[in-house]
Write a new protein. Sequence first.
Length: 258
Amino acid sequence: MSEEQTRAGGEGVRSVRRAFDILTLLSEDRPVVTLREITEATGLAKTTVLRLVQTLEETGLLGSHPSGYTAGPALWRWAHLARSQWEVPQETRKVMRDLADRLGETVNLFVARGVHRICVAHEESPHPLRHVVDVGDEQPLWAGASSKVLLRDASEALLHRVAAASPQGEGHVEQLRARALEASERGYAVSSSEWDEGLTAVAVPVTGRTGEVVASLSLSGPSHRFPYEAVERFATELAEGARLISGQGFSHPLSSSI
């Protein structure tokens, strides 16, 4: 590859990153952004922003709005595609909804991907004070009840990668291994203030056809609503829910073999 091609490739990658930075300014709280907001947030020259916005608008990724720019129709199409590919089956959602209604706490379904766990479905607690993890949120595998469950079948290489990403560093490997083993022997895992202060979670494994862990089903909420006797009952109810989900043949495109 010539120096000119290399330089052009670098420019292209930078342009993609800048375009992505503009799109990430949009959110539920800010569905419309102005040209001035884009310029201030990205630190780019106004002429560069204008050029990028024009390209994004031409490709349907941005749409014009009386107050600025909003998500374009191409994003809607891609979101529909992603939802059809990634949304968990209705049968799984029903099991989770029943658990949330019966137990009164938020139910989450996590899958492992790299050194993180990703929430692929949730059903919120009916309580005003509740714990909510949005679908698509990533959390580290070095903390939390779901992480202990998801690391049950982890390779030594992955355990070292997860430990290296934790605040404790490589020295955390033995503790990760011990926590995963304890969760495996007990059939469920518990965490308290490991990731979010004041939050307790209980998690159980969802297994595949050959018994491998493919996801974790968890219940989470304020620690004061998770006394010991409640944790035991939650674990039993979750285990039954996980059994039903496992029997449905759960799989998810975001999950990775560990």
